[in-house]
Design a protein around this ligand. Structure first.
Ligand SMILES: *Cc1c(COP(=O)(O)O)cnc(C)c1O
Length: 492
């Protein structure tokens, strides 16, 4: 690699496997003398693993770590992902030896504190959602969806409800919703939200039909357009009368936490992305955790284990204590480290602090929408919740698309927003600032976006097709990368 590549403290780095690094053993062992091989002859040939010294190995990985953009670098406005600051207090508590160094196979009598923590977390989630049946086991949001829809399926089976093979899902849904329904053997019927971005009773009734074949409905609230589903209570009522259950995708709970309990608008099951709403590192920074919360009625069916308390003793409940359960979906009891972080986050904020989280997240998003609405097309009227949805409609005819603006954001030192999602809006840009960004940071983002719009109005558009210019890699052929991924290194 040329010295050129490392100009300006902007590092290029070869793969460890590349030839120049293959014959520098990190440790000098003397050649073995007079020792008979005990593994048979011919066992000691080169095996092609890279050989580098400890400092070389450390520099290799540290340099590559500087390529990662993270929430600790700057604004991460990815809509639907809730990339908020992860308080270091959570990390400190998760690293306490009494939490970090226990083993899931220890006798329960020796981990009473950990079980108590999980029990408390179950209670906080039950209180915040208004849904008392909590299972912490699922390992991510999508896994929570699977657990939740399997809970619905199990309930129908146990109650002897036959012929319910359909799951109703709005067209704005996250892709994991229809994928989950299909994995559970349901066919998906789409509810149209076209004109308003919201579910209406009329569109729901049309999808429901006589409802006899409907197992349930999966809805995100606030929805993926960043809008509150205001007809939800009535829709849930009609669904329940038809014998279906209401699954709520809780990924957007950051907009509601502490303000409203989803059980109050008719939810039967929902998952919580602890790593979104309750701030644990995610998106390459750490594992997720997707507990589910259900009504009293559905609680017997949720996966095992759940944590129970008897007097002052805590225990995990398995199939023998919970005969109606759908069974087990995860090794041991789930992502315990995430449980510690989430409870630390909840307890350090308190009920009033969590409410303020939702209020400030919604305020930040509406501030962006208000300041950018003269420059960018706003597909749906009215205030938004914790994320604001724009599109490239005003720029597209001049040849500047959502993708171009996302690349231009990289050039200007910002992580792009979520692009081309939700699919119901052409050229969607979904911006979620979260409550932890300062006004200065948000203003910086707004001003860069306003500059883009001004450039397009002035006809200064050619440069948009070249961005990013200063990043280690420029524009990639994304279609080729997706269609023909190169998964093996074959030398340079
Ligand atoms: C993030 C998200 C999911 C999936 O959650 P994971 O934890 O990434 O599996 C599902 N639905 C919506 C709306 C989301 O934003």
């Amino acid at each position: 690699m040329s010295a050129e590549a490392n100009r300006g403290l902007h590092y290029e780095e070869n793969l460890l496997w590349e030839k120049e690094r293959c014959d520098h053993p990190g440790v000098d062992f003397p050649e073995p003398q007079n020792t008979a091989l005990r593994t048979g002859t011919g066992a000691r040939g080169p095996i092609g693993l890279p050989q580098v010294s400890e400092p070389q190995a450390i520099r290799h990985f540290v340099k590559m770590s500087t390529w990662n953009y993270s929430i600790d670098h700057g604004l991460f406005p990815l809509g639907s992902c809730t990339m908020k600051h992860n308080p270091r207090l959570n990390e400190k508590l998760a690293r306490l030896p009494g939490f970090a160094q226990i083993h899931p196979m220890q006798p329960e009598s020796t981990v009473q504190g950990a079980l108590k923590l999980m029990y408390e977390l179950q209670n906080w989630l039950a209180e915040l959602t208004g849904l008392p049946g909590v299972c912490l086991a699922p390992a991510a949001g999508a896994h929570g969806e699977l657990a939740g829809v399997m809970t619905i399926k199990r309930a129908h089976e146990q109650l002897g409800n036959k012929g319910r093979t359909v799951m109703l899902i709005p067209d704005s849904a996250h892709g994991t919703n229809p994928a989950t329904a299909a994995m559970c053997g349901y066919s998906v019927k789409t509810i149209s939200t076209k004109d308003t971005g919201r579910l209406t009773v009329a569109a729901f009734m049309e999808a429901l039909g006589d409802g006899k074949d409907v197992a349930g409905m999966m809805v995100t609230n606030p929805n993926t357009c960043g809008l509150f589903e205001s007809e939800m209570q009535e829709i849930a009522h009609i669904l329940h009368k038809a014998g279906g259950y209401f699954y709520c995708d809780g990924a957007n709970f950051n907009a509601l936490v502490g303000k409203i309990r989803p059980g109050a608008f008719g939810v039967d099951v929902m998952h919580i992305n602890l790593h979104k709403t309750f701030s644990t590192p995610h998106g390459g920074g750490g594992p997720g955790s997707g507990p589910i919360c259900t009504t009293e009625e559905l609680a017997p069916y949720v996966p095992v284990p759940t944590v129970a308390k008897d007097g002052e003793t805590y225990s995990l409940e398995w199939e023998d204590a919970r005969p109606d359960t759908l069974g087990r979906l995860k090794a041991f009891q789930g992502q315990f480290g995430m449980h510690v972080r989430a409870l630390a986050y909840m307890m350090s904020h308190g009920a009033d602090g969590l409410k303020q989280v939702a209020e400030d997240a919604v305020l930040s998003a509406n501030y962006i929408m208000a300041r950018l609405s003269d420059d960018f097309h706003v597909p749906f009227e009215g205030p938004c919740m914790h994320e604001c949805l724009l599109s490239d409609k005003n720029q597209k005819d001049a040849g500047v698309t959502t993708l171009d603006m996302a690349k231009a954001l990289c050039e200007n030192g910002f992580h792009p927003m979520t692009v081309y999602f939700p699919l119901v809006v052409s050229g969607a840009m979904l911006i979620e600032p979260t409550e932890t960004e300062s006004k200065e940071t948000i203003d910086g983002f707004i001003s860069v976006m306003k500059d883009f719009a001004a450039d397009v109005r002035a006809g200064d558009t050619d440069k948009f097709h070249e961005f990013p210019e200063s990043t280690p890699r420029r524009r990639l052929d994304e279609v080729k990368a997706a269609r023909n991924p190169v998964l093996r290194w074959s030398g340079s």
